[in-house]
Design a protein around this ligand. Structure first.
Ligand code: GLY
Length: 553
């Protein structure tokens, strides 16, 4: 009787065990057709990694402003059956003929836009290698199946949106400068009308070559010939060796903890994981939930200031520079940074040692996937600027990136964004430019989050704000809809969206010594999923600022 009673007590008092598999799959991407492509592949028996292949390729077709076969990115993976986590590093590499001063004139001055527009701005793409690697090592379905939706949309066309038109207007001159790009992405050499059907037969052929031959369909053979010929004719410096020697790297993701939440995020050559974990380590010393909004925004700003300062000074391609990852992400190191922080006053950036910050582009894309087995993908992919370099090598349909602008063209000298770069991120042959892309998983005893966003150097602060919102117990709709603010050490200003702070809050922050700057350009496009394991529910949300969709099925 006594034993029976004890057993009952145990069963009744034991909290509900967290679910081990999600009740539904979820996909959040920046374009409805990419979300559907992912679900189509899950329905065909694919796993989250197969869906990621389909989504990556479909985004390359239907969101040419953000990513594509001519770009690079990071895929953060979690395999449910053994908990294995890895980051596929498909970041672009500088061509082997790249030189440290390749964007400088005879006087050593940076030549405006040379690292932004045209063939010389393009690094060696990594997305085709990423697609092939994902399929070969993690997926269940063949590429001919997973690339089918993308090929279909490239051949049959898709209707362009208002956001496409805005970006095409922004990059009109760069697109006009490339006859191939203009013939694909413009209509009669101008911004196409809303609803214009954009067909990309050359890109469909390129995707078919990858479907048949894997990475070799892009980096070798006829397509490689066309890429090299087109790039070199347009003043670029790519060689066949650049393409055949491109290798995707698998890297161990970075991990940290914040108030019981395990953070898994991008490793170098992204600065995302280090800066995110470092800022959270600093903030772990405060009870943010108990603070009123101004004190909270002040502390977040001061943490970001210090994390971005380190990013600027120490971070670069880990294959070419020594990046002190363990030190920068150690809680003890954050204790030291926190000691310099005053709660009653902003620390002017110029009173902290170090004087550099780094550039990062302002377009890009992110998607998140969870399948019913619990496999996860968070992927942030980029061609850098909207429409990348604006250059398409004739006959390929591949819009090339301008990721070379993520290097510091001349350490210490501002780039086109008014930002200056550090020594660790100087240009060198075969080197990967430093990135801010931060695909991230968050895990607490209650649930798992999959998130990320485009947005250049603001990516990290957006992921940080959403992490704090996850810690506060809120849902994906809240994380993606949050009003955003950002500080990146230099320039020494808090950038914020309209309406982030009330007039009184703005006045209080100014009183503390901060300078505020309202920004009206597109501010992020977060795609997020929550698997609430305690209640075994799946929720997903797509940023209201974008045109993406998030669906749970
Ligand atoms: N091009 C955007 C980034 O890598 O941060």
């Amino acid at each position: 009787m006594k034993r029976w009673f004890l057993l009952c007590l145990l069963v009744l008092c034991e909290p509900a065990l967290a679910a081990t598999t999600p009740p539904a799959a979820a996909i959040a991407t920046a374009h409805p057709l990419a979300t559907e492509a992912g679900h189509e592949i899950l329905a065909a028996g694919g796993n989250a990694f197969d869906a990621a292949v389909a989504i990556t390729a479909t985004l390359a077709v239907v969101e040419p402003t953000g990513s594509g076969l001519g770009g690079g990115g990071f895929w953060l993976l979690h395999r449910a059956k053994n908990g294995y986590q890895t980051m596929l590093d498909g970041r672009e590499r500088a061509p082997l003929a790249a030189k440290r001063d390749m964007y400088l004139d005879a006087k050593g001055e940076v030549i405006p836009n040379l690292s932004v527009d045209g063939a010389l701005a393009a690094g060696i793409p990594g997305i085709p290698a990423g697609i092939a690697h994902l399929a070969a090592h993690y997926g269940k379905l063949p590429l001919r199946k997973t690339l089918a939706p993308a090929i279909r949309h490239a051949r049959n066309g898709f209707a362009i949106s208002e956001s496409y038109r805005r970006m095409a207007q922004f990059r009109l001159e760069a697109l006009r400068a490339s006859t191939s790009a203009a013939s694909i992405f413009l209509h009669e050499n101008d911004v196409p009308p809303l609803g214009h059907l954009l067909k990309q037969p050359d890109l469909a052929d390129t995707l078919e070559a990858i479907a048949k031959q894997g990475a070799a369909g892009f980096y070798n053979g006829a397509l490689a010939d066309k890429l090299i010929k087109g790039v070199r004719r347009a003043g670029g410096i790519w060689t066949h060796k650049d393409l055949t020697s491109y290798r995707l790297s698998e890297r161990q993701p970075l991990q940290g903890t914040y108030r019981g939440i395990r953070i898994t995020s991008a490793a170098p050559p992204s600065s995302g994981g280090i800066a995110l974990i470092s800022a959270l380590n600093i903030l772990a010393g405060y009870d943010l939930k108990a603070l009123e909004p101004v004190a909270r925004a002040h502390l977040i700003t001061e943490a970001l200031r210090r994390a971005y300062r380190d990013r600027a000074i120490y971070l670069g391609d880990p294959d070419q520079v020594a990046v002190p990852v363990a030190r920068l992400t150690a809680p003890l190191y954050a204790d030291g940074l926190r000691a310099s922080l005053r709660t009653d006053r902003a620390t002017p950036s110029n009173t902290l040692p170090g004087n550099a910050t780094l550039s990062a582009g302002n377009d890009t894309t992110h998607f998140s996937v969870l399948d019913k087995q619990g496999n996860r993908v968070a992927a942030t992919l980029s061609i850098n600027f909207p429409f990348g370099s604006g250059f398409v090598a004739p006959g390929t349909g591949v819009l090339l990136n301008d990721e070379m602008d993520d290097f510091s063209a001349k350490p210490g000298v501002p780039n086109v964004y008014g930002l200056v770069g550090g020594e660790a991120n100087a240009i060198a042959p075969g080197k990967r430019p430093l990135s801010s892309m931060s695909p991230t998983f968050l895990e607490s005893k209650n649930g798992v989050a999959i998130l990320g966003t485009p947005g250049g150097s603001r990516i990290i602060s957006m992921v940080l704000l959403s992490t704090l919102d996850f810690a506060a117990g809120n849902n994906p709709a809240s994380w993606v809809g949050l009003k955003r603010f950002h500080h990146q050490f230099l320039p020494d200003v808090i950038q914020h969206e309209p309406g982030t702070f009330s007039a009184e809050q703005a006045a209080s922050l100014t009183q503390l010594g901060h300078t505020l700057k309202e920004v009206t350009d597109p501010y992020g496009n977060m795609q997020a999923i929550l698997w609430d394991r305690k209640n075994n529910k799946v929720k997903a949300a797509s940023d209201p600022r974008g045109e993406g969709t998030a669906t749970v099925r």
